[in-house]
Design a binder for this molecule. Sequence first.
Ligand code: ADP
Ligand code: MG
Length: 236
Amino acid sequence: MFKPMMIEDVYTAYGKADVLSGVTMEVWPGRITCLLGSNGSGKSTLIRSILGLTPPHSGSIVFDGLELAGLPPHGIVARGIACIPEGRRIFAKMTVEENLRMGAYLERSDAKVRANMERIYETFPRLRERRLQLAGTMSGGEQAMVSIGRGLMSSPRLLIIDEPSLGLSPALVNDNFRIIRQICESGTAVFLVEQNVRQTLAISHCGYVLAQGRVVASGTAEELRNDPEVRQAYFG
Ligand SMILES: Nc1ncnc2c1ncn2[C@@H]1O[C@H](COP(=O)(O)OP(=O)(O)O)[C@@H](O)[C@H]1O
Ligand SMILES: [Mg+2]
């Protein structure tokens, strides 16, 4: 089993203004850790910081015992981190199978790529049926499966998912979350970034709440559900 991701006292800015101000978190393998927070609170910026796309100007992010700060994004991905970005960003003019292959661009062994693809088709039989269809012509729920499948093609040790429920019906969110739970049970660390508090806390083990770039609450899913501030902000 590998070690957790430790985010410590991270400050990240676009230009002069800090968007993250001293964020500290832990993301463990075999757990779903959620990151909740309203629009603009800095959730995607934290993901960009982890991936090295907008590197922190201070603080540290250690994954599996190694400091990520200073590594270029491809170096960070090569450490075993995959991200399913906000808005899914599938390749609309490519087939389902081509989209999946794009998720394994660092993998040199074609046998491994095919084995991973087979595993993903077992998780999502729908994608196998549709493997030659252009991804842009599929339904929102199916496109969500393509984006999750693509994220899994590199067999990541840490999977970061940015707002997967966006634009999906509650039933489709449930389907996707069930699969996210399975991914975590296979030993992967899952960092689930969401605004959908109720459904997210239902599948997460623990989590954090971000407001204006600071952690304002943290704990187990149960503790967060009962946190007075979380209740007032999200459950009315
Ligand atoms: N590329 C950018 N340049 C400047 N400001 C940005 C950029 N991206 C996000 N921001 C600002 O950073 C803040 C946090 O945004 P973001 O991390 O996208 O929040 P969230 O994902 O929680 O909605 C917002 O005020 C947003 O306007
Ligand atoms: Mg965002």
